[in-house]
Design a protein around this ligand. Sequence first.
Ligand code: MN
Ligand code: MN
Length: 466
Amino acid sequence: MSESKAKDLKEELFTKKKNACFILKDSEISQADEFCKGYMRFLDAAKTEREAVCESIKLLEEKGFTEYDFSKDLNPGDKIYINNRGKAIIAAIIGSGDVNKGFRISAAHIDSPRLDLKQNPIYEDNQIGFFKTHYYGGIKKYQWTTIPLALHGVIIDSKNEKIEVKIGEDENDPVFCVCDLLPHLATQQMKRNLSEGVKGEELNILIGSRPFKDDKESEMVKLNIIEILNKKYGIAEDDFISAELEAVPAFKARDIGFDRSMIGAYGQDDRVCAYTALKALLDCDDVPNKTAITVLTDKEETGSDGNTGLNSSYLKYFICDLAEKLGGNARQVISASECLSADVNAAFDPTFPDVLEIRNASKINYGVCVTKFTGSRGKSGTSDASAEFVARIRNLLDSKNVIWQTGELGKVDLGGGGTVAMYIANLNIDVIDVGVPVLSMHAPFEVTSKIDTYMAYKAFKVFIED
Ligand code: MN
Ligand code: MN
C-alpha cells in the first residue's frame, strides 16, 4: 500500500488507456514497422478500386485461394474468393464449426476520393489541352490543384476490348496536374469561401500544349493529343464515353517523421483497413471455427449505392450461397453472423482541436479505434452497436493484447459521417465500426500511425481466430 490512497484508487478505477509506445516492447514496435512495409507496397500498387481487387487476388492466390465455383461443394478449410465486376471482392475461409452459428465478417472499402474524367473529357482552350473532371467522394477541391496526378483506369473500345491505363507512376512517365491562380492575381479568388476557392468546373487537368502541325485546321493541340492516344491505345475520342479513368496523386507512400512512426500516402481511407483485414485472412493458417469472410467493397465514398457498393445484395447473396452449400439455413446464418465494419476515423489534430471532443476522439498511436456509432447530428444515418456487442469486442481485444481506443468522428453538431456498417446491420447482423485514425482524411496525402495500422491487423486476426 502506497502513501496515497487516491493514487491507488485512481490506478484501480481510472482508464488505463495510454499511448501504445509506452505499452509495447521495442520488438513489437519493430514488428509494426515491418508489417507496414507490406502495407505501403500495397498502397503503391493499388491506387484505385480495380487495382486493389487485382492486387488482392494476387495476394489471395499466393496463399491458395481460388475463385469460387458455384458448381462445386465446399469443405472446412477451403479458401475462396469472388470478384464483383473487378471493383469489389469477397474472400472467405470455410470454417469447421456449426454453420448455423454464423460467420465472421470484416468489411472495408477500396474506393477513395479522386478526380474522375467526364465522359467527354478532352478539349483545347487557347492552345492548351485539358481533361474535364467530375470529382468522386468528399474532397476539399483546392487540395487537388498543383500536385502531380497519375491517370489510372480502363477504356472499353468500340470492339468491347478492355484497355488498361496507368500513366504517371513510373519515374519515366509524364504526370498531369490541375493549375491554380498565381497569388498576384488571386485577389478576387481569395475572397471566395474555401469551399469555392477552386470550383468543381475549375478542376481541369493539364494534358498537353503542342499542336499538330497544320495551321489551317482548328483544335490542333487536341488533335495532337488524340493522335498520341490513338497510337498508344488505338482509341478515338468517343472511346472515352465507355471509360473509367481516375486521376489520383502520383506520389508514393512514404515514411513520415524523423522517427518514421507514420505513413503518408494517398488512399489510406480505407485501404489501411482493406489491407489489414485482408492480411488477417491471408495469415489465418488454421481452419477457423466460424467461416471467415473479408469483403473489400466499392462505392463507399459515394454512399454505397450501385452494384459494387455494400448497399447492393452481393454480400448477402454470397453468404446465403455459402450457408446453403454448407447445409445451413441462410436466414439463420446471416442473423447469427458478426461483423467488424472496418473504416478509418478522424485522428485528433492539435492544429485543429476545436472540431473534435478530446475525450471521445481517436488519437495517433493509441491503437485501433472502436467506434460504437457513426452518423451526424442526432446519430442520423448510423448503426449504433449494442452495448452487448461493444462489450464482446472490447473484451476480446483486451484478452488478446490488442491495443485499442474508442473515438467518434468529431463534435456532436459539427458534421459527421457514416460507413458501410449500417448496410450490414440492416441485414440483421451485429456490427461495430473498427478502424485506424487518420490525419488529413480525404486529402491527396493522408497520414496514419504504423502502430495503429498494425493493431488493426491484430484486431481483425483475433476476430477471425476467436
Ligand atoms: Mn472510409
Ligand atoms: Mn472516406
